[in-house]
Design a protein. Sequence first.
Lengths: 370, 352, 137
Amino acid sequence: MNVITPQTQPDVSAQSLTGYVDCDVHPYFKNPAELDAFLPTRWREHRKEYGARSRSALAYMPQYPRLSPQNGMRMDAFPPDGSLPGSDLPFMREQLIDLFGMAHGILLPLLGRGGDERNLEYGAAMCTAVNDWMLAYWCDPEPRLKASIQINVEHAESAIAEIEKRAGDRRFAQVQINQRGLEPLGRHRYRKILQAAAANGFPIAMHLGGTSGHASTAGGWPSYYHEEHHAYVQSMEGIVTSLVVEGVFEQIPNLKVALVEGGFAWIPALTWRLDKHYRRLRTEVPHLKRLPSEYIRDHIWVTTQPVEEPERAGDMLSTLEWIGWDRVMFSTDYPHWDQDDPRYAFKVQIPEQQKRMLFRENALAFYNLA
Amino acid sequence: MKLPIQGAIDCDVHIALPNTAVLLPHMDEYWREHITQRGLDQDNLDSAAYPANAPITGRPDWRGTKPGTDLKLLQSCLDTFDTRYAICNVLHGSPLMFSEDLSAAFCRAINNWVAKEWLDRDPRLRASITVPIHSPELAAAEIERCAADPRFVQVLLLAAAELPLGRRINWPIYAAAERNNLPLGVHAGSSYRHAPTNTGWPSYFLEDYVGLASGCASALNSLICEGVFVQHPNLKVVLLESGVTWLPNFIWRANKTWRAARMEVPWQTRPPGDYIRDHVRLTTQPFDAPPSADMTQRLIEEIGSDDVLLFATDYPHWHFDGEDALPDGISPQLARRIAIDNPLNTYPRLTP
Amino acid sequence: MPKHVVATTEELPPGTRKLVTIRGREIGIFNIAGDYYALINRCPHEGAALCKGKLVGRMESDKPGEYRLTRPGEMLRCPWHGWEFDIRTGQSWCDPEHTYVRSYQVTVEPGAAVVKGPYMAETIPVRVEGNYVVVDL
């Protein structure tokens, strides 16, 4: 009895999107050498001689190859000069920023691999370089774009220094952290970094990916990218659980966390599960003063991509209702293959006020944008 | 919500070894010698999955001296629900051992012990076959051996082993299960060959326990993607103690990903949700229910099939008080299906 | 129904395609092994320019580990989420059971883009008159 309901008319024209905020845009370089200008000589030479080394089997590629060329790009997003999708600002304006009248786009670069780097000093230098590159190539020429501070979360000292360096710089919207690190993010070793982010007025964005060295599932390494793609959801679930149960939000009450590119329909069930078992096991975690669902409601936001596709269109509305209309922020994930078009991502009519919140107002508030 | 009917089939109860020595009479002389020489019979080989005195491990009126060891307490639970059959699952450390033959020897002994000390003592009891989950050939041999006893109605695996469950190396287990009309019981839990979550080792048991649902989801994904249901079209899988409410969003996401990633798994000719509704069942304890009956109803509609849920108390784990075994929002008709029809359809060996 | 000449047969040999705009609608014309087919250039999933996707074969299997390539060059893979469409029928390969038996009378309604169902790409009748490839629209 698997009922697939037909799509309704797309209910969002390009014009009606003017002023939307895109919470996940991926800039790329035309050439890795673009970063060299921002690296000290020592690390420029290191990059050429040794390059990026993460907890991974392959030197240049993710361990789960993607489904389309250039590591999973949208196939019609290659700029006219044939460079990487997302590497050409005029083309990005044409395909995204101007096309949809974007008010702001939040950049989350996935290059340089500084956040994953095993050589921690090199990783720190690469993070700083990518941050500077973003400003020079993207945010300064295109002020609608905001940057995410790159850090290597395994090196607290440099991570905190980088956050403090960018404090007060309104071109930076948040701190970007890979969902997969050596330990779950709520663990003590990362606490000072989270405190630094909050103290300096930056939310945290957990973006999917990273190479923790842990298998992609609790039961080992799956065979297929098909499975890896779903494992990103499980990582988000683990991160939320860790942040809540470790008492991060109790200790850092002004910390805000966005979960980027993990989808969102899994949140209600996780919330119910956490509440239920917390009630039984509360003696283990006396540092928690509230229900997990309360911490999640106050501190966690989700971006919409990859948009969920419930079998009954109406379940989209109830799902968003259960999460909270004020917690959901639209994102495209341009220029990846599984990106969403803001006009057609939702197959159901969203009431006007909720639509405004989802496409614009929630993000303006979360990122403290005018 | 109390169960509105009687004669339910309880698809997940736990019995436990009071100590390792009880297994000695159920081993052959070689392994008896091996184990006693090493003093393993004096060791506590319980898995790390449930801290012995944690509240969830034993409901106060079911706990006794060690949860799961007391037949009378189990019988009191069965009497309360007027249970027709209860399927007993042993969660122990021996299937998780690194030494394959030692693990298999323990598993054989456990199955022998279950038959003699439990199944022989109460005609309502049935059991899953405990197998060395990391040794597919030895597991298949144990399945064939125990299948001769019709009171064994399921094969027991844990969701998180060393390799994802769907991997081809595991297929001898599934062939043996299908051959003998035994569903695969995938119980929430880990053999800790990897961190219990894919983001590493959490600090708290609460995190480990909550994370078990994700482990079940990835096991399910593996079974589907690797084509286990294509290779074994008569095989049924029961997720035990996995939680229920994550299932609809899993189906949506899996269906969506499949449409793009189909080329990786071309033997999968139908959306994952179809395989799930045909082949996969979930026990109702814990349900992880939403806060209202309306929401529970909606969730169940989203599952998209009345065949999927199987009743369970998860005795002696503490998920509910008194007889409040089901969430509100389930109609009496559906409760009857969950408690009787679906288990009978899932476990053909219950009614030979 | 007005007819539109979209190409000459010479300029559309087998394995090639042409994108044209007729009455404001973008249409992809394909030559598959000598026969012509046309699809509206819009993926029913999220509106991508479907006809710019790759021409691919169909990767099939009856059993895990066994692989078979059929229909080389006859499937269209959407440049975004990779959905595969049979160019001849517009049928999405990923969910054939829900679309398989539907006998699809394709019309194009004026005005806004219409999608008839989640897994069908919209097909347009094409014929050859002499040396010309003609679309009725």
